[in-house]
Design a protein around this ligand. Structure first.
Ligand code: DX5
Ligand code: ZN
Length: 224
């Protein structure tokens, strides 16, 4: 099952509600919300009050991607604000087991994200605690960057770890995903695709989401 998660980072922030309704009507499965703190990543975006407002508009799960450090103090607040999936970065916490358990206790689905150069071995002992792995395919901080090709090999390896775990863990890829490279990411084993500029930068959201889904399905059928 392919899922498309438009990132509102590339939406018109003056019209966030409308922009969410528009991608939902166009077929979005998740609404990807990028939270940045100017410390863990060199950019600042939004906090819990905005997530709370978005929750009132969105009918799809909010896929909240926390690029903040420290992260633990804010987990309960983002959960209360209405995050459906709460993803934290392995690099953002010294006590990964504690942070992942905190997310679980908050009632959200649990995601773990890794930057492009973080060794995948960090996943081995925590896959039992997560519902989603989010592999960054750009260095986090900004929309509109180019997909890092080495990510494909990382997707393949994480897909192998997930299969070996026997758990129903989603594998999301985030950064530089467009209609012309989504098939390769799907073929490598990703099943959830974040796209910001690739969707919000296009004039017809329904046409681009449909095209991305079709391309991803072709990639998926071609197999890992
Ligand atoms: C980057 C964010 C991404 C970003 C994706 O730090 O985590 O979600 O918005 O944007 P595009 O698809 O434009 O690379
Ligand atoms: Zn993101």
């Amino acid at each position: 099952m392919i899922k498309i998660a438009p990132s509102i980072l590339s939406a018109d922030f003056a019209r966030l509600g409308e922009e969410i309704r528009a991608v939902e009507a166009a077929g979005a499965d998740y609404i990807h919300v990028d939270v940045m703190d100017g410390h863990f990543v060199p950019n600042i975006t939004i906090g819990p009050p905005v997530v709370k407002s978005l929750r009132k508009v969105a009918t799809r799960p909010l896929d909240v991607h926390l690029m903040i450090s420290p992260v633990d103090p804010y987990v309960p607040e983002f959960a209360r604000a209405g995050a459906g999936i709460l993803t934290i970065h392995a690099e953002s916490t010294l006590h990964l087991d504690r942070t992942l358990n905190l997310v679980r206790e908050s009632g959200c689905r649990v995601g773990i994200s890794l930057n492009p150069a973080t060794p995948l071995v960090v996943l081995e002992d925590v896959l039992g605690l997560v519902d989603m792995v989010l592999l960054m395919s750009v260095n986090p901080g900004f929309g509109g960057q180019s997909f890092i090709p080495a990510t494909l090999n990382r997707i393949r390896r994480v897909r192998g770890l997930i299969e070996a775990s026997g758990r129903p863990i989603e594998l999301e890829v985030d950064g530089g995903i467009k209609a012309d490279n989504i098939a390769a990411a799907a073929r490598a084993g990703a099943d959830v695709f974040v796209s910001g500029s690739g969707i919000y930068g296009e004039p017809d959201y329904a046409a681009i989401i449909q095209r991305m889904r079709r391309e991803a399905e072709v990639g998926l059928a071609a197999g890992v």
